[in-house]
Ligand binder design. Structure first.
Ligand code: ADP
Ligand code: ZN
Ligand code: ZN
Length: 713
């Protein structure tokens, strides 16, 4: 007799599912159920992903308890199965994507009380003449729900609230009810055409790439479409790269849509995440704004998915299940039969390739909205210039400040100086655990490795020759801030990087300050290149492109083009015309010529042609097998054996080769490159080879994983 068993994904890093039988006399829980199962000496929460016939019933353990029957629907389970296979990750890693942390705990999670307090009809009508404190609560809530914390601040004690809750005068709710909405601007011709194209697909799957120059009003297009779908009772999911940087976007969405946005990201507490997850699942959350993990939220009535700044690297998860949030979102939309809009001023080559292949529809916005024009570009040749701040740049900054403008300078290097060097013998402060220099920081003074985090005190003299003449070489954001403050003592200089902006509120407060419009200088890293709308900025500059021009990473030119266009896009977004400068010592470099000579889409087409000619992504599929260990020989041996397993017609296997940073955090890092013109073939082959790879003799002696569509090399 055969036995029906449940295949359960449990959160352990083993690349397979485990079979369990049902408890005595119980039916097998349906697919998608959350179950408690014994695992070795532990008990774990798992997810039933399928049913099967067991060849042998002996030794099969029973499911201990069904926690939630059919919690996850078929469409999400199918997505899960696809991710597991495509990204070659352990089912346990994939379970983490589907279940919020609170639902993965063995001990039942005590749910927090809903955060908002609202008046009930009974409360509105109640005669509280003899209960002045309760009457005060009613008057506070007159204009809508408030957070518990706000009531507390207003002097309302917990006892009063408890009393009113139990009397039914007020109720606790998860999110505040509808807000007043503000009509947006009238869409211009291009925006209207884009919105109409999206709305034509509102009842089916379509992937649309909205490529609109910076400030062209892409956000207004999504919001216009989202509004229409909300009116029809559908949910809208908006994925953004980093929510910490976008509270402003959330507020804008709420205002425009007249509906509270449910946010979902890793910065929330477990309870908040669970509440958002549930609200998405039962449809109470109508607009959801989240980072990549939100792509796995269950949705009751999906209507539209938007991926904002779709080119952003943070959509790719770099550990565990190494999925790409944008790509999974497209698949999700297809399974839900809803349209998906990918928006960017600088679309990824992946998405442009999908346009060329006819899989995505391209919508373009070529003009800035609201009458602003694109900034004027100019190259500043810094050959033969000594200092960290070019004099011509200083003069240009001065002119813009005098004319009442704000200045934004982009330098993708934190710290004071990227290198500390001995003038006597040439010694440089290097990290002992990485192939990298330590960065010198001034406040607090220290040497720090930006790759493994190692820190050490600045040596008073050279450890090689004893000379006291140690000199910081080059300039990071900290040094630039210093120089700018000295040069422009009367103007506020704000540094924007992870060292200066520690709390989430820091950056937001700064942006608010900057939007007030008084002249100032912003100097910072990547954080500044993201889509912020800073109407007062009239000069933007990229202070160094040279490193990217000579990078060994084949994606470097793409990222350079994106950063440059994004930084340029911060300039001249309002009435005053903008200017944009690029500093380089290699003005003749062909890449720079291409970047300057064309719009972003033209530049991207050149890069795409090169990738196609070289058989690189996105034209061909690429997967890496990465391995690392404290001894260099072990990962090499493992990868040599892995390469033998993986050789196959139609797939190029190259390596082991060292990672671009061959040693990091004390680990020697090597990789195999698997390339194929046939993506499905590559995925299938890896899937079939996985067990063999895990069984290799040295698979347990190294840390290794497979990375499909890798973002880093
Ligand atoms: P993007 O998302 O492309 O960067 P936004 O949607 O943020 O652009 O729009 C940039 C600015 O232009 C915003 O201040 C926005 O309110 C304004 N804007 C957008 N569309 C219009 C329009 N049709 N008319 C007037 N102003 C607009
Ligand atoms: Zn020395
Ligand atoms: Zn290091």
């Amino acid at each position: 007799m055969t036995l029906k068993v449940a295949q359960v994904a449990v959160p352990v890093p083993v690349p397979r599912l485990f079979d369990y039988r049902s408890a005595d006399n119980q039916p097998l829980p349906p697919v998608g159920s959350r179950v408690l199962v014994p695992f070795g000496s532990r008990r774990l929460v798992g997810l039933v992903t399928g049913h099967a016939e067991a060849a042998q019933a002996d030794g099969l353990k029973p499911i201990e308890r069904v926690l939630d029957s059919a919690l996850i629907d078929e469409s999400l389970l199918a997505l899960f199965a696809w991710c597991r296979r495509y990204y070659a990750c352990a089912p346990g890693e994939a379970v983490n994507l589907l279940l919020p942390g609170a639902l993965r705990r063995v001990k039942p999670f005590r749910e927090p009380n809903p955060d908002y307090i609202d008046l009930t009809t009974k409360g509105r009508a109640a005669d509280l003449a003899r209960a002045p404190r309760q009457a005060e609560v009613v008057s506070l809530l007159q204009h809508g729900a408030l957070k518990r914390a706000d009531l507390k601040e207003a002097g309302i004690g917990a006892d009063i609230l408890r009393r009113m809750l139990s009397d039914g005068l007020v109720e606790a709710i998860d999110c505040p009810p509808a807000l007043a909405s503000e009509p947006g601007p009238n869409l211009n011709e291009e925006q209207r055409a884009a919105a109409a194209a999206i709305l034509r697909s509102r009842n089916r799957f379509a992937a649309l790439l909205l490529a609109g120059v910076t400030g062209s009003g892409k956000t207004e297009v999504y919001l216009h479409v989202a509004r229409r779908l909300l009116f029809r009772g559908r949910q809208v999911l908006i994925l953004v790269p980093e929510i910490g940087l976008t509270p402003q976007l959330v507020r804008r969405i709420e205002k425009r849509l007249g509906c509270p946005a449910t946010v979902y990201h890793s910065g929330l507490s477990e309870g908040e995440r669970l509440a958002a997850w549930k609200a998405a699942r039962d449809g109470r959350a109508r607009v959801i704004v989240g980072t990549r993990s939100a792509v796995f939220l269950p949705l009751a009535r999906p209507g539209l998915i938007v991926v904002d700044e779709e080119h952003d690297g943070s959509f790719k998860q770099q550990d565990g299940a190494r999925y790409h949030g944008r790509d999974v979102a497209v698949l999700r939309a297809a399974r839900l039969a809803v349209p998906i809009v990918l928006g960017s001023a600088t679309p990824s080559l992946e998405s442009l390739n999908n346009v060329d292949a006819g899989r995505y529809q391209l919508l373009t916005l070529t003009q800035r909205a609201g009458g602003a024009s694109m900034p004027r570009w100019q190259v500043l040749d810094t050959r033969g210039e000594g200092g960290a701040l070019d004099q011509r740049l200083e003069a240009t900054i001065e002119r813009h400040l005098n004319e009442g403008g704000q200045v934004l300078l982009y330098r993708n290097r934190r710290g004071y100086a990227p290198v500390l060097i001995c003038n006597a013998c040439g010694w440089q402060a290097d990290c002992h655990r990485c192939d990298a220099h330590m960065t010198w920081h001034q406040t607090p003074p220290r040497l720090q490795c930006h790759h493994c985090g190692a820190q050490q005190r600045t040596p008073p003299r050279c450890p090689e020759c004893g000379s006291p003449s140690l000199e910081p070489l080059g300039a990071g954001t900290e040094r630039l801030e210093d120089l700018l403050k000295k040069r422009f003592p009367d103007v506020p200089v704000h540094r924007v990087d992870r060292d200066a902006m520690t709390g989430r509120a820091d950056f937001e407060n700064l942006l608010d300050l900057v939007r007030d419009g008084a002249p100032c200088i912003l100097v910072g890293t990547q954080m500044l290149a993201k889509g912020h709308h800073l109407p007062g900025v009239t000069l933007a500059a990229v202070l160094d492109v040279d490193q990217a021009l000579f990078s060994a990473d084949f994606r470097a030119p793409e990222r350079l083009g994106q950063a440059v266009h994004q930084v340029a896009g911060r300039s001249g977004r309002a009435e005053r015309p903008g200017q944009f400068l690029i500093q380089t010592r290699h003005p003749e470099h062909p890449l720079l010529a291409a970047l300057l000579g064309d719009d972003y889409l033209g530049y991207a087409q050149c890069l795409l042609a090169e990738r196609r000619a070289a058989g690189l992504p996105p034209a061909h599929a690429l997967a890496l097998v990465r391995a690392e260990a404290h001894q260099a020989q072990e990962p090499r041996d493992f990868l040599v054996a892995a390469a033998r397993c993986l050789r196959m017609k139609g797939i190029d296997v190259a390596g082991p080769i060292p990672a671009i940073m061959a040693r990091r955090g004390g680990y020697w890092r090597f990789q195999l490159w698997l390339q194929s013109a046939d993506r499905a073939h590559l995925v299938q082959h890896i899937d079939h080879s996985l067990e063999k790879l895990y069984a290799l003799p040295n698979a347990r002696r190294v840390r290794w994983h497979i990375d499909m569509d890798p973002a880093e090399l």
